[in-house]
Design a protein around this ligand. Structure first.
Ligand code: 5RP
Length: 268
């Protein structure tokens, strides 16, 4: 791996645990002002010190994050459709690699829509982005998006989508957790991080998801709503960090969550 590419990967994935806690705050690019992300700066600022990688769009990066930050940036570069449309797969590359380089990002991310109406375009976009990424030393993360068809998220489908992404050159793949997740990880030769999906009823469920993913061999999480839609986002992020970096059990993580939450409530 070229030095620049290797350096960017090492900035995102801990040399100690090999894993990464990515904070996803890119939802607005197709969902608009998502609940608790309306004021992106206010949501991001307290979480940033506990974040390994911040995943977002250039607009929110430029306007809501100070350029003094040392947190690596995973820049979303695909988009062009909103939640108001039925087919969410009609994306283009909306941010150039020149812009990504100007923003000094650690990586770029795009959605791939395997099996969707615009599967072909999204896979060609991935391949082209990888060509450019290899030239510039910028890793590319493929996000195996399912649009509104959340029921697609089973091991057979996700293993196919992750493997295709890796075959086309993705350096990291972000996907969903599912039953039989080790099947997804085992057949994907690049690091996998998992999204959280819509907010669960309880923090325990999100911690169980992260724990199951790490146990199965995922290299981290790229989670959003289950962190910043929690009533105590910092406590949630700290509990998740223990799972991702320290192999904490769900019970240990819940103890962290409860303790941090208690301290935050007492200090308020
Ligand atoms: C939006 C995304 C999100 O970053 C991804 O889904 C992770 O966030 P969440 O944990 O809220 O699902 O890719 O398209």
């Amino acid at each position: 791996m070229d030095w620049g590419m290797a350096n960017r990967m090492h900035r995102m994935f801990s040399p100690v645990s090999g894993n990464s806690v990515m904070l996803a705050v890119d939802h607005g690019y197709f969902m608009g002002p998502t609940r608790r992300l309306e004021d992106a700066r206010a949501t991001i600022s307290p979480l940033l010190p506990h974040t390994d990688v911040l995943a977002l769009t250039r607009g929110i990066l430029r306007r809501c994050v100070e350029p003094t930050t040392s947190v690596p940036i995973m820049l979303r570069v695909s988009g062009g459709v909103t939640v108001l449309k039925e087919d969410l797969s009609h994306e283009e590359i909306t941010t150039s690699m020149a812009e990504a380089a100007r923003l000094n990002v650690a990586g770029v991310a795009l959605s791939v829509f395997v099996g969707a109406p615009h599967e072909h375009e999204s896979l060609v976009h991935l391949s082209r982005l990888v060509d450019e990424g290899e030239t510039l030393g910028i890793p590319v993360m493929a996000i195996t998006a399912v649009g509104k068809e959340l029921e697609k998220r089973d091991a057979r489908y996700l293993a196919l989508a992750c493997r295709v992404s890796a075959e086309l050159g993705a350096h990291v793949v972000k996907t969903y957790y599912c039953d039989g997740f080790s099947k997804v990880v085992e057949s994907c030769p690049v690091p996998i991080v998992v999204a959280g999906g819509p907010k669960f009823d309880s923090e325990r469920q999100a911690l169980e998801l992260a724990h199951g993913a790490i146990e199965a061999g995922a290299h981290g999480i790229d989670m959003g709503r289950n962190i910043w839609q929690s009533d105590q986002p910092v406590a949630m992020l700290k509990a998740l960090r223990a799972i991702v970096h320290e192999k904490a059990t769900v019970r240990e993580a819940l103890e962290i969550w409860t303790g941090e939450k208690g301290r935050a409530v007492a200090a308020a």
